[in-house]
Design a protein around this ligand. Structure first.
Ligand SMILES: [Zn+2]
Length: 486
C-alpha cells in the first residue's frame, strides 16, 4: 500500500489587513518532501505519525510539501494556486496511491477561493479516484463545507481549545485512514449544522463536559469511529461560516446523522454560555491589584495574532502605564520597524520610540515614549507542546516600569517560554499581559495566581450581528435569535 501526505494550512481572518503571500509561508514553515523535522506541529502531526507507521512496514510513504503560516488576512491568489499545484503535481507523480493524509487547518480563504481546502480535496479526489482514502486533520476554528465532506472520507478536528491534543488527533487521522485502507472499517461522515457561531474554550464549563462526553462516546459506542465539533471561525466571512457537529460512524450514516443532531442541539443549547467574562482594561487592572500576589495573567482576548489580527494593539499597555502598574510584562506587540530601531541602538540604550498600533483601526494609538532597550534577541522561539513557534527578532523595552516584548514575526503568546525566550522571568512578575484568546491557558494556568480575560479595543470582528458580513449566512445565531424557526 502507498500513502501520500502533504498539506497547506493557515487561518484567514477576512477582515484583517495582513495579507498572506508565499513569503509568509516560507518564513514560517515550508517543508518540501523530506524536509520536515520530527517534531509534530499543530497541523503537520499526521506526517510524523505516517512516518512512524511507514517505518514499521505498514505502507510505503510518499511525502509532499507541508506548509503553514501564522493566521492573517486573505491569501494572495497565486500563492494558494502555486502551493496547491505543487502538492497536486507531487501527488500525480506518486500515483497510484491507496491513501492520502492532508495536513490542513480548514479556515483558509484566498482571493477568488472561499473554500480553498474544499478545492484542494476535490482536486485530490479527481487524481486518486473514488477508491483511495482521503483523510484530513482540521483545526476546530474552521469551516466544514459540504464540498470537503463530499470528497473526503475522514476528517478529524482537535477537540481541545487550547489545542493540546494535536499530536493525538494527527495519530487518529492516520490510524483511521490505515484501518479503512485495510478494509477493517467503513467510515461514513454525518454532519449537523448547529446554525450558530460562538467561541468555545474547553478549559472551562460547559464545554469541558461536552468534550469529555465526546471522548466517552468514542470509547464506549462501537458504531462511532470519531467525533469532532467544528467550532467555526467568526472572522472568516465565507458562505458556510458556522458551528457544525461531525460524526464518523462505521458504515451507519443514519445512526451518525441522529447522533450528530443530538450532540449538535446540545451545543446550540450552550450558545452564549461558553465564553469567559470579558472585562475592560481598567477593571482588569483593578482586579489584578486586588489579588495582591503575582503573577496575575491578563489575556488580551481579541488582539490575538492567532486569530489573524496584527497583534500590535496598545490599549492595555496604555492603561497599565496610566495606572502606574509596576513589575509587569507584556507579550507581545508586533512592530518590526521599532525592533529595527532598537537593534541599531543596542542593549542599554535609552531612546525615544514610537511603537505599536500601526496596522489596523480600533487597536489604540501608537505609543511615543522614551524607553530603555533591555534586551535584544535574534530569531527567538517560544513553544507550544512539541511545537517550536518562531517570534523573529525581538526587543524587550522598558516603558513606565513595564517590560514589553516587541517582535518581528506575529505570534500569539502560547506558553511561558514567550517570556523566558527573551530573558524575562514570568514568575517574578506581578502582572503578565498575553495576547492570546485561550491557547495560553494550558501553560499559564499552572502558575497564574489569577487569569483575567480582557476586551480592549475592537481589533477582531467579535460581534457577528455587527461584523458586516457580506458572504456569511444571516440565518445563524446570534444574528437571529432562533435560526431553527427560519
Ligand atoms: Zn484553532
Amino acid at each position: 500500500m502507498r500513502v501520500f501526505v502533504a498539506g497547506v494550512a493557515t487561518e484567514v481572518n477576512t477582515f484583517s489587513p495582513i495579507f498572506i503571500g508565499l513569503e509568509n509561508f516560507k518564513a514560517t514553515m515550508y517543508a518540501r518532501p523530506g524536509e520536515h523535522d520530527d517534531r509534530p506541529t499543530l497541523t503537520s502531526s499526521p506526517l510524523i505519525h505516517a512516518r512512524r507507521r511507514a517505518a514499521a512496514g505498514e505502507f510505503e510513504l510518499v511525502e509532499g510539501t507541508i506548509t503553514w503560516t501564522d493566521p492573517g488576512g486573505l491569501i494572495n491568489r497565486s500563492t494558494y494556486e502555486t502551493i496547491r499545484d505543487e502538492i497536486l503535481g507531487q501527488l500525480r507523480a506518486a500515483m497510484p496511491v491507496d491513501g492520502v493524509a492532508l495536513c490542513l487547518h480548514g479556515a483558509m480563504v484566498a482571493q477568488g477561493y472561499d473554500d480553498p481546502e474544499g478545492d484542494l480535496i476535490a482536486r485530490v479526489r479527481e487524481i486518486v479516484g473514488p477508491k483511495a482514502i482521503i483523510a484530513g486533520g482540521l483545526d476546530p476554528h474552521s469551516h466544514l463545507t459540504a464540498k470537503r465532506v463530499a470528497n473526503a472520507d475522514i476528517l478529524v478536528a482537535f477537540k481541545e481549545f487550547p489545542h493540546t491534543d494535536f499530536v493525538e488527533r494527527g495519530a487518529e487521522v492516520v490510524d483511521l485512514m490505515v484501518r479503512t485502507m485495510r478494509g477493517e472499517i467503513r467510515p461514513r461522515m454525518s454532519v449537523f449544522d448547529c446554525r450558530m457561531i460562538d467561541v468555545f474554550p474547553t478549559s472551562r464549563q460547559p464545554m469541558r463536559s461536552f468534550v469529555d462526553k465526546m471522548f466517552a462516546i468514542e470509547r464506549d459506542d462501537p458504531k462511532v469511529l470519531s467525533l469532532s465539533l467544528i467550532h467555526g471561525f467568526m472572522a472568516g466571512d465565507v458562505p458556510e461560516l458556522g458551528t457544525r457537529m461531525l460524526v464518523i460512524t462505521d458504515g451507519d450514516a443514519g445512526y451518525g446523522e441522529r447522533l450528530a443532531e443530538t450532540l449538535g442541539r446540545e451545543v446550540f443549547a450552550m450558545r452564549g454560555k461558553s465564553m469567559p467574562e470579558l472585562v475592560s482594561p481598567e477593571v482588569a487592572i483593578a482586579r489584578a491589584r486586588a489579588v495582591g500576589r503575582g503573577p496575575v495573567v491578563i489575556a488580551d482576548f481579541w488582539d490575538n495574532p492567532g486569530g489573524g489580527v496584527a497583534g500590535d494593539a496598545t490599549v492595555i499597555l496604555r492603561a497599565l502605564i496610566d495606572a502606574k502598574v509596576p513589575n509587569a510584562a507584556l507579550a507581545t506587540i508586533w512592530d518590526p520597524i521599532a525592533v529595527g530601531h532598537c537593534m541599531v541602538a543596542g542593549e542599554g540604550a535609552v531612546v525615544p520610540l514610537r511603537f505599536g498600533a500601526k496596522s489596523a483601526p480600533n487597536c489604540g494609538e501608537p505609543l511615543d515614549a522614551v524607553v530603555t532597550v533591555r534586551r535584544l534577541v535574534r530569531d527567538a522561539h517560544q513553544t507550544f507542546g512539541t511545537m517550536r513557534v518562531a517570534m523573529g527578532d525581538c526587543a524587550v523595552i522598558e516603558v513606565g516600569g513595564i517590560e514589553v516584548i516587541l517582535n518581528c514575526l506575529r505570534s500569539q503568546a502560547f506558553e511561558r517560554t514567550v517570556f523566558t525566550a527573551v530573558g524575562i522571568d514570568p514568575l517574578a512578575k506581578d502582572v503578565l499581559v498575553v495576547k492570546s484568546t485561550n491557547h495560553f491557558h494550558a501553560d499559564f494556568a499552572k502558575f497564574a495566581s489569577e487569569i483575567i480575560y480582557c476586551q480592549a479595543g475592537r481589533p477582531y470582528p467579535s460581534d457577528p450581528p455587527n461584523n458586516g458580513y457580506r458572504k456569511a449566512r444571516q440565518t445563524i445565531w446570534p444574528i437571529v435569535e432562533n435560526p431553527f424557526a427560519q
